[in-house]
Design a binder for this molecule. Structure first.
Ligand code: SF4
Length: 415
């Protein structure tokens, strides 16, 4: 590996980390005040991304890899052994120094650290743990730490990681075991599940211990999360939703992140040539939301998919479900229980809360509901109100065409 200075390593290892979506980074436009007569700041700072703290605050994280060298050869990964990319590697102490320097300058509030596998899973995990240990113990670092853990590392190392980190994550990588076998043959679904189970056990034990003893050490207080690549294999949305809900149930995950597969340079011939539509990733996040906040069961979300097992791209999954199961509508906004109101397309959790509060004092009219939603036209067929009954509307064959947003012209030169 060529000798690189810290800045060059940072450029390579921050760029290599951008494929990981599980820190919930948010995109923005490129702006830079460098070389300008006025203005300050840049959105192009290497390795800085944003995540949300448990209390809803948006925090900036230094998001980097320890190294982009890897002994594995996962087909979809730009850092795989056979990939022709420039390699770099930080030492644990370099990451510590960089984190502290960024933190002192107020650029970041925490660290998101992942890594390719250096010479063995255990060795790599030791390095990752050492970064977090040194930050916490040698430097009293109180900022947020998210560590990506290596599933087949020694469970004791993963446990140590959880004692220093706020959040741990292990990428499940692909939605199905057959996809994992095909595209990441050196990884094992059983190994990934075992490591997630171990983390869940330690989180649960940590909670129990904290209830008994105030001084008990905390273990990954922000829980564990995972990331799934969408569109690199043949798994359909139904399979993805089912896998995600199984992960939430079995391992108590805080979040399952979806990352639309993006073609990489010198890609393996078994990968698709094109990335899936970004809207697909968005629809999967919406379906995730339906299960977490709207009371939908995974089966119900899957039932909103088409014959090919895919969620429609032109309408959101809640609308797709409502159009398919019209016998549940219209819903009376003045009497329906919360769980039915939450199923009305166009009514969010906040709007439903407002409806439940206001209807204690008076009967709600269509215009009252209109004030709580972006498009009253979208929800009119699905509700009755004091002055509104959607006579025959719900049974119309052209209902979808009447309420779905018009299809946009595809960009001719879109990637
Ligand atoms: S183990 Fe991780 S870094 Fe290595 S090739 Fe696979 S996905 Fe990439």
């Amino acid at each position: 590996m060529a000798q690189l200075d810290t800045r060059e390593k940072l450029a390579i290892l921050a760029d290599a980390a951008k494929y990981d979506a599980s820190c919930a980074s948010s995109g923005t436009t490129k702006r830079n005040s460098a070389g300008k007569a006025d203005g300050i700041g840049s959105t192009e700072g290497m390795g800085i991304c944003h995540a949300y703290a448990p209390d809803g605050r948006c925090i900036s994280l230094l998001k980097i890899l320890l190294t982009n060298s890897c002994i594995f050869d996962c087909h979809y990964c730009i850092n795989r052994k056979s990939s022709n990319v420039r390699r770099a590697r930080f030492t644990a102490q370099e990451v510590v120094k960089l984190t502290l320097a960024f933190y002192r300058r107020n650029y970041i509030e925490g660290l998101f650290l992942s890594s390719g596998i250096i010479s063995s899973s255990n060795y790599t995990m030791e390095q990752i743990v050492e970064v977090a240990r040194s930050l916490r113990e040698d430097h009293g670092f109180r900022g947020y730490i998210h560590l990506k853990t290596i599933p087949d590392a020694d469970p004791e190392l993963i446990h140590q990681a959880g004692l220093y980190a706020d959040r741990l994550s292990i990428n499940v990588e692909l939605p199905t075991e057959r996809g994992l076998k095909r595209l990441a043959p050196e990884k094992s679904a059983a190994g990934i599940a075992g490591a997630m189970r171990g983390i869940k056990g330690s989180i649960d034990d940590g909670h129990d211990a904290k209830k008994k003893y105030k001084s008990a050490p905390r273990f990954a207080p922000a829980g564990q999360s995972t990331q799934m690549i969408v569109g690199a294999d043949s798994a359909n949305d139904g399979e993805i939703v089912t896998t995600a809900s199984g992960l939430y149930d079995r391992f108590g995950l805080r979040r399952v992140y979806y990352s639309a597969f993006s073609p990489i340079p010198d890609a393996s011939a078994i990968l698709p040539l094109q990335r899936p539509p970004l809207m697909r990733e968005h629809r999967l996040y919406q379906s995730d939301w339906l299960m977490r906040f709207y009371g939908f069961t995974p089966k119900e979300v899957v039932s909103a998919t088409g014959a090919d097992g895919m969620l429609p791209l032109d309408i959101d999954p809640k609308m797709a479900w409502a159009l398919k199961f019209r016998e549940n509508f219209p819903v009376d906004v003045n009497t329906a229980p919360r769980e039915m109101l939450l199923r009305v397309p166009g009514l969010g959790v906040k709007a439903v809360k407002a409806i439940l509060l206001s209807r204690r004092w008076r009967r709600l009219r269509l215009e009252d509901i209109g004030r709580l939603t972006v498009s009253v036209a979208k929800l009119r067929p699905f509700i009755t109100a004091a002055d509104w009954t959607p006579t025959g509307l719900i049974d119309r064959v052209d209902l979808k065409a009447r309420i779905a947003p018009p299809v946009k012209q595809m960009e001719l030169f879109a990637a």
